[in-house]
Design a protein around this ligand. Structure first.
Ligand code: FAD
Length: 340
């Protein structure tokens, strides 16, 4: 059980920045995200695209914004729990008990939901029976590439993830890259590299084919793939990797008894609290009259939610408003020395 002042759900730009606002006022946060990396939409959807409307940053990319935000929260040594989806929450006395998909438990008087448009989840194989092999032969992300050493691996997809992993795993696994179209969607140079590796006999390419069936009881032995002409081919394999992109789902948040307006959470704009005491919503997921789904709005929402969290985390202390420019206390929390 991890005890903290605030559990932040979502490591998008707004979830990261609120950690800084919480840290400045002396509150400890833990952050949970369903994805395997930090940055939310900025990293998952547009890491290289320029953003022009972050205050005082004339231009930055999704990736550089994320890196700068992470740099800004360094003094707070925050734990990020990635690849974990917050599944359940329940009230225990004055605290919330939070459970994740990986069975991590947190206890906190406050929860800040910075979950954007919901959790990003991989699109999965649609054939019947595929779910029974999930994480036991079928994977939609790679946590440890060494698991695939010397294995027969079928990689499905035509985008960057499929191409990049085909190139990487071909160094030590028997890779077959399967895509439903002849042309790959991923970067041209990666598509050229997989074709070159095929020529050199270092991987196989099978297009335009789709998964048709999986053979095996407790583990996968083989698959069949089919093309539009109805031609079926059998491939012996140990595992399948599916890289079909991500879908966004509100997911378990819809089950927590929070008021919802379509897929958004209405909040009180005084403190960004939801209809439940101690649960706040900020960033793209919250709604109120005039809401703008911009990163800068989320930053402001986080600043106010953080101050509201203070009341529940430190019921016997009085919150004092201070500037970072002049407050020695805040500068101390930022790890600055007198000379800085
Ligand atoms: C192509 C594109 C361009 C954009 N350009 C701009 C721009 O120029 N300027 C601008 O201000 N905005 C822009 N935006 C919008 C901006 O990206 C969003 O406003 C911003 O990402 C919202 O941040 P967030 O932290 O609220 O949510 P997100 O960035 O959506 O992050 C939410 C995170 O929460 C996680 N999550 C959700 N549910 C759970 C759960 N149950 N358990 C664990 N984790 C969960 C998700 O996996 C995700 O990582 C753009 C968006 C797109 C798609």
């Amino acid at each position: 059980m991890i005890k903290t002042d605030v559990l932040v759900i979502g490591a998008g730009p707004v979830g990261i920045f609120v950690v800084q606002q919480l840290g400045l006022i002396g509150l400890k946060a833990e952050v949970v995200d369903n994805l395997d990396k930090i940055g939310g939409q900025c990293i998952e959807l547009y890491p290289d695209k320029p953003i022009y409307d972050i205050p005082a940053l004339p231009v930055c990319t999704g990736e550089s914004l994320t890196n700068n935000l992470l740099e800004q929260i360094k003094p707070f040594n925050t734990n990020f729990h990635l690849n974990e989806r917050v599944e359940e929450i329940s009230k225990e006395a004055n605290n919330w008990k939070i459970q994740t998909s990986g069975k991590k438990f947190f206890i906190a008087p406050n929860i800040i939901i910075a979950a954007g448009v919901g959790s990003f989840e991989p699109r999965k194989f649609s054939i019947l029976g595929a779910e029974k092999f999930e994480n036991n032969g079928i994977f939609y992300s790679i946590k440890d590439k060494n698991l695939f050493k010397t294995k027969k691996v079928c990689i499905f997809g035509g985008g960057d993830s499929a191409l990049d992993w085909a190139i990487e795993l071909s160094k030590f696994a028997e890779v077959t890259l399967i895509h439903r179209r002849d042309k790959f969607r991923g970067a041209e140079h990666s598509a050229a590299t997989v074709k070159q590796l095929e020529k050199e006999g270092k991987l196989k390419i099978k297009t335009p084919f789709q998964l048709n069936s999986i053979e095996g009881d407790n583990k996968i032995n083989a698959i069949t793939v089919k093309n539009e002409k109805g031609e079926v081919n059998k491939i012996t394999t140990d595992c399948l990797l599916g890289f079909f992109g991500l879908i966004m789902k509100l997911g378990p948040i819809a089950e927590w008894g929070l008021n919802l307006d379509k897929k958004n959470i209405p909040v009180n704009t005084e403190n960004f609290q939801t209809n439940k005491e101690g649960i706040f919503a900020i960033g793209d997921i919250c709604t109120y009259p005039g809401k703008l789904k911009l990163i800068l709005s989320g930053f402001h929402e986080g600043a106010l939610a953080a101050r509201a969290c203070f009341k529940l985390a430190r019921p016997n202390e009085k919150y004092r408003f201070e500037f970072t420019t002049t407050s020695k206390t805040l500068q101390g929390r930022l790890g600055l020395k007198k000379s800085d």
